[in-house]
Design a protein around this ligand. Structure first.
Ligand SMILES: N[C@@H](CCC(=O)N[C@@H](CS)C(=O)NCC(=O)O)C(=O)O
Length: 212
């Protein structure tokens, strides 16, 4: 099968960990390009030409640029269909999509978006704290949902899917933002501790410079 040339733009500590793990799991060669979010490298003209939305992750397959975690995960999965990275059976594929939509739209965009980027929700800086406080409560609701729904060792089916590294991203963000992960979410914590030992996750986290 023809394999495209794969380039991957990632930001350490960010949601780009999801495709990073999937690329390692795929075993395919890829070129990783680091983009520092804190140094505002996502806002440069050069990066804006790659992704006008000014966000990571991005992959290119030959000349085709793909953005958005669920779309990128799908693109990688199509290159190695035998691995079932988006689920192996039709119902698993539905469950993976259900998780990805919710994690991307609700937990990432709405909830962590409100906490990290309150300016996206309201112009008045005096209201930022209120937006962030509401976002924290909504994150807690999401974490409770995750804690009550997780199966082990994998979130869906009997193998790694895009859902697993996505859950890891949010667990890490929770730990780093004063959410009491181990005390409040024991099932989520046990799941993360076991999935963190998975080889593709260890490799991607090492390259990303992330720790649990
Ligand atoms: N909906 C996008 C969200 C991507 C996103 O928000 N990426 C963040 C890192 S987790 C980013 O690049 N932020 C740069 C910025 O806010 O300036 C996706 O699923 O890929």
């Amino acid at each position: 099968m023809y394999m495209p040339d794969i380039k991957f733009w990632y930001g350490p500590g960010s949601c780009s960990l999801v495709p990073h793990v999937l690329l390692h799991e795929s075993g395919l060669p890829f070129t990783a390009i680091e983009v520092s979010i804190s140094k505002l490298e996502t806002r440069t003209d050069a990066f804006s030409r790659i992704n006008p939305k000014q966000r990571v992750p991005v992959i290119s397959l030959d000349e085709s640029i793909i953005t958005e975690v669920p779309a990128i995960a799908t693109a990688i999965s199509h290159l190695v269909p035998e691995l079932g990275l988006m689920g192996k059976t039709p119902i698993e594929q539905v469950r993976v999509m259900e998780w990805l939509c919710w994690l991307s739209g609700e937990l990432h965009g709405q909830c962590f978006g409100g906490l990290f980027r309150p300016e996206r929700f309201i112009d008045d800086p005096n209201q930022f704290e209120a937006v962030q406080s509401k976002a924290r409560n909504r994150i807690i609701d999401c974490f409770k949902t995750i804690d009550s729904r997780l199966s082990r060792p994998f979130a869906v089916g009997n193998g790694l899917t895009a859902v697993d590294p996505y859950l890891l991203v949010f667990y890490r963000w929770g730990s780093r933002n004063r959410f009491d992960m181990s005390a409040q979410y024991p099932a989520f914590t046990a799941y993360i501790q076991s999935i963190a030992a998975y080889p593709a996750i260890v490799s991607a986290m090492g390259e990303d410079g992330s720790t649990l």
